[in-house]
Design a protein around this ligand. Structure first.
Ligand code: HEC
Length: 130
């Protein structure tokens, strides 16, 4: 009998935990989509894009002729390397694909599409400083 009570309690606790999970509020930065499954959520420069530059900052720092991605990376990139809403025309995105005469970055290896697509989507969403 004791065993049965214990099992019932565990099942009850399981349900209670699940209920909390489903009641949880969405994250603060949750952006509702328009219901279209193909919709990309709004990317954040600080959270989604800037951390990617760790693979670039070894070379792209103060004093080089390539974009400085260490300090004020946003301003540096918007200074000619990124054209808001137009990834295909942006040197930054071209460098990730190594197209249109722009050298492939990082040199020799490039990035998986999943990563370069993040940069593409961020630019096409307006290259926001968010
Ligand atoms: C090993 C060093 C190195 C790394 C790592 C590196 N770059 Fe570069 N990058 C360079 C050099 C050197 C140039 C200048 C090339 C030139 O002018 O021909 C350059 C140029 C560029 C340019 C300008 C291209 C142009 O035609 O004006 C962009 C944009 C760029 N890099 C983006 C990146 C990004 C994004 C990353 C990280 C994913 C990255 N780079 C990683 C060395 C590097």
């Amino acid at each position: 009998m004791k065993k049965l009570i214990r099992i019932l309690m565990m099942v009850f606790i399981g349900f209670a935990i699940n209920a909390c999970y489903y009641d949880a509020f969405p994250e603060d930065d949750y952006v509702p989509g328009d219901g279209d499954d193909g919709e990309t959520e709004l990317l954040s420069y600080q959270d989604d894009i800037e951390p990617l530059w760790v693979q670039c900052t070894g070379c792209h720092k103060e004093g080089g002729d390539a974009p400085n991605m260490l300090d004020d990376s946003y301003d540096n990139l918007l200074d000619g390397y990124v054209i808001p809403f137009d990834a295909d025309a942006s040197i930054l995105y071209k460098s990730l694909l190594g197209i249109d005469g722009v050298e492939l970055m990082p040199p020799g290896s490039g990035w998986p599409t999943s990563k370069s697509n993040l940069v593409r989507d961020w630019i096409n969403q307006g290259a926001l400083d968010n």
